[in-house]
Design a protein around this ligand. Structure first.
Ligand code: BGC
Length: 382
């Protein structure tokens, strides 16, 4: 209790000093809009800066609805960025790692770039070997979303909307998508996804933020301690498509039921680890009956003692250790994004569900409303 009172006071003092310097009036939180550049077609792209009452800040661009930066306190109350991102829209247009972006229509992979729905076969783009990854050639991460400030009781909220037209990237139905980002005063970033369609379709929306709780540029994430609330995971084939099996994590490098260093088993001689080049797998989340939203994962960074908890209504989470980052991407402040310098916890339905009737369904029909929530909660430990 004492600690949090102290923190609020310090944050308030810092905020007041900054505001006095800029001549602004003190207020509990704010949302500001600025230009983030233009697409090659001349479309304007904006950057929204959400600041909560503690000074915690999230920058979100309308390009791909991407989280550009997220500044949260460390053990000493010092704010620092914990996500990868780019200084301007060009970085988002050219990177193929989906950094910070909203992903759709279908987060993760669809095998052989095909699926059947109501007896009809739909053909998608093969943008990942034989398969479709993260929505195809021009997924939601490459769309410019419409944005407006939204009301929020306990923080700052931004509403993003996008119409994905019937047939876009091969998917059926006009899909109206709405994503609300709320930077809560409790230092959580809540993401609420909703959608409606006018034809039967499939969808699986997520956010592809890459986290390094010690800050981008601070080295690899192998020393972060991770807990994943999952007793099973979905093993994959050579193309990273689930085989359909739900395998026990017990006795494997996928057992994160107790907090374990990310790096402790990442180079082990395990068939699944080898196929992923590290971790690149979907975990089947434990859920208590009737629980509306559950803890999926908890990560602690040992030096800064920053803690990230991921809560979600989704049945799965893709744990990806940035195995394909190879140092060729240069992000904010000229930092090069090297192998395993960040991790992703992408909440989702399981990969290739449209071709796996045994997996929870990703179908959406006219008259139904898709609605999922994921919350990234930040705090610190002693
Ligand atoms: C996938 C990785 C992929 C990355 C994007 C993750 O969701 O599982 O295999 O490389 O996204 O670059």
């Amino acid at each position: 209790m004492k600690r949090s009172v102290l923190w609020v006071t310090i944050a308030g003092a810092v905020l007041m000093t900054t505001m006095a310097a800029s001549g602004a009036t003190a207020k509990p939180g704010s949302t500001k809009k600025s230009s983030f550049g233009k697409t090659p077609d001349g479309e304007a792209v904006d950057l929204y800066t959400l600041t909560n009452k503690n000074g915690v800040e999230a920058e979100i661009t309308t390009y791909g609805g991407s989280v550009v930066s997220l500044k949260v306190p460390d053990r000493n109350g010092k704010l620092g960025d914990v996500v990868l991102g780019f200084d301007s829209v060009e970085g988002y247009e050219t990177n193929t790692s989906y950094i910070g972006a909203l992903i759709g229509r279908y987060g993760n992979r669809i095998g052989h770039a095909l699926f059947k729905l109501d007896g009809k076969t739909y053909t998608l783009a093969k943008n990942n070997g034989e398969n479709t990854l993260h929505g195809g050639t021009k997924g939601f991460n490459k769309a410019v979303w419409a944005a407006k400030e939204a009301p929020a009781k306990d923080g700052q909220a931004l509403e993003l909307t996008y119409l994905s037209k019937d047939g876009e990237e091969g998917f059926p139905g006009n899909l109206h998508v709405r994503v609300i980002y709320t930077l809560e005063d409790s230092n959580a970033l809540k993401i609420e996804y909703s959608a409606t369609t006018d034809k039967d379709t499939v969808l699986n929306l997520t956010n592809h933020s890459y986290f390094n709780l010690a800050g981008p540029g601070s080295g690899d994430i192998l020393g972060h301690m991770l807990m994943i609330n999952a007793a099973k995971f979905t093993p994959v084939d050579l193309g990273l498509i689930p085989t359909g099996e739900l395998r026990d994590v017990a006795g494997t490098p996928f057992d994160f039921r107790k907090a374990t260093e990310i790096g402790s088993r990442i180079n082990s001689d395990d068939e699944q680890i080898k196929l992923g080049g590290g971790y690149d797998h979907n975990f089947v989340l434990n859920r208590k009956p009737g629980e509306p939203i559950s803890l999926a994962a908890r990560v602690v960074e040992p030096k800064t003692k920053r803690v990230l908890e991921v809560w979600t209504t989704e049945p799965g989470v893709q744990f990806y250790t940035g195995n394909f980052l190879d140092g060729t991407l240069t992000g904010k402040g000229g930092i090069s994004y090297t192998k395993r310098s960040a991790f992703c916890l992408e909440t989702q339905h399981f990969p290739d569900s449209p071709n796996k009737p045994e997996f929870p369904s990703t179908e959406l029909k006219p008259g139904q409303r898709y609605h999922t929530t994921t919350i990234y909660k930040f705090s610190t430990e002693k």
